[in-house]
Design a binder for this molecule. Structure first.
Ligand SMILES: Nc1ncnc2c1ncn2[C@@H]1O[C@H](COP(=O)(O)OP(=O)(O)OP(=O)(O)O)[C@@H](O)[C@H]1O
Length: 130
């Protein structure tokens, strides 16, 4: 394994950070799924502010939102690699893309379950109060 012999450089770290920001921008510009996830996250955050949820609930929601966005980014990167490798229909490419899409689905379902556990009791007590 090759050892990184480059000296530590703050400038290089800032450059790497800017590449990561470019990746996030690409995701939101080109992936409709990511736009849906962000819109959902905004609605959840508004709900959290409205119901004045606890610190632990904010932490769970933050983890859920981050988990969904990270799987979406990894899925998009894998899809791009697949499309770069071949434009032909290939069973292995299908397998990779379907597995990757499965990861996004699992993360989204996890986030939905967390959202339901946090918000359903609050919404029901609000409805009872009305
Ligand atoms: N080269 C390929 N060979 C075989 N099957 C493919 C190939 N490309 C895509 N597929 C199949 O078609 C499905 C949809 O592929 P696509 O790349 O459009 O993903 P998508 O999830 O619709 O993309 P997006 O995230 O952009 O909405 C894949 O999950 C896979 O099952």
């Amino acid at each position: 394994m090759s050892k990184n012999t480059k000296p530590f450089s703050v400038r290089a770290r800032i450059r790497s950070f800017s590449f990561a920001i470019q990746g996030i921008k690409t995701l939101f510009r080109e992936e409709d799924n990511a736009k849906v996830h962000v819109l959902t996250a905004v609605i959840v955050i508004i709900g959290g502010l409205y119901f004045d949820i606890s610190s632990v609930e904010w932490m769970l929601i933050t983890i859920a939102i981050g988990f969904v966005l990270v799987t979406e980014i990894v899925n998009t990167a894998l899809e791009n690699i697949c499309d770069y490798l071949t434009e032909e229909t290939d069973p292995l490419i299908k397998r990779i893309k379907d597995l990757s899409a499965g990861a996004v689905l699992i993360s989204a379902l996890t986030a939905i379950i967390i959202g339901f556990i946090i918000f359903i009791p609050k919404i029901s007590s609000l409805l009872e109060y009305i």
